[in-house]
Design a protein around this ligand. Structure first.
Ligand code: AKG
Ligand code: FE2
Length: 180
C-alpha cells in the first residue's frame, strides 16, 4: 500500500455499526450528480459541502447527532480534535454501485473512511498517468466496521476507487482541511 495509507479492521464494534446503520438509514440521501451524470451511489454531506461543478467549498448542513460519537472516536484515534473534521460525508452504495477513480477535492487533507453494512474492494493507483500501469494498482478488502486513513502520498499522489458491491454498503468519510 502507498505511504500514508492505513487500514484498521474492526475499528467499530458490532453495536456501534448497528447504531450507525440505524442513523444512516434515516438520512435523506440524494443521488450523486456530476456534470449531468447521475451515479448509482447516494450521498449526504454535513459540515461543509464541496460543489463539484463550481469547485468551491460551501458551508454545509449541520452534522446529525448520531455521527458525533464516531467522529470523536476517529479523531481520538488519530490524535485530532473532533472539530478538525470539517466535512462528514455519508455515501450509500446499492448493489452494483461503485465510486470511480478519483483523487479527493483539493481543500481536503486527511481522509478517514468507515465502512458499514458490507465489505468492498478498495483500489489505489498512481495519479500520474504514465505510472498507471496494470501492476501499479493496489487493492484490498475494506471490511464492514473497518477504518481506513489516507494522508501523505496516498492522499496526494494516488487515486482511489471501489469495485461494485454485492450488497448495500454505507461509508462515512471524515475529512480535515489543509491549514490556511
Ligand atoms: O466509500 C468509500 O469508502 C470511498 C468514498 C470516497 O472515496 C469519496 O467520497 O471520495
Ligand atoms: Fe475519495
Amino acid at each position: 500500500m502507498p505511504q500514508g495509507f492505513r487500514y484498521l479492521p474492526d475499528f467499530l464494534s458490532v453495536e456501534e455499526e448497528a447504531d450507525l446503520l440505524r442513523g444512516v438509514e434515516g438520512l435523506d440521501l440524494h443521488p450523486f450528480l456530476f456534470q449531468g451524470y447521475t451515479a448509482k451511489r447516494l450521498v449526504a454531506s454535513f459540515g461543509r459541502d464541496w460543489h463539484f461543478d463550481t469547485r468551491t467549498l460551501a458551508p454545509g448542513r449541520p452534522v446529525p447527532p448520531f455521527l458525533e460519537p464516531v467522529a470523536e472516536k476517529v479523531a481520538a484515534h488519530l490524535g485530532l480534535r473532533r472539530e478538525d473534521f470539517a466535512e462528514l460525508l455519508v455515501t450509500a452504495y446499492p448493489p452494483g454501485a461503485v465510486i470511480n477513480w478519483h483523487r479527493d477535492a483539493p481543500p481536503f487533507a486527511l481522509i478517514a473512511g468507515l465502512s458499514l453494512g458490507s465489505d468492498c474492494t478498495f483500489r489505489l493507483r498512481p495519479q500520474e498517468k504514465k505510472l498507471q500501469t496494470r501492476g501499479a494498482t493496489r487493492s484490498l478488502v475494506v471490511a464492514r466496521r473497518s477504518l481506513y486513513i489516507m494522508e501523505g502520498a496516498a492522499r496526494s499522489d494516488w487515486q482511489h476507487s471501489t469495485a461494485p458491491v454485492a450488497a448495500w454498503r454505507w461509508s462515512v468519510t471524515l475529512r480535515t482541511l489543509y491549514a490556511k
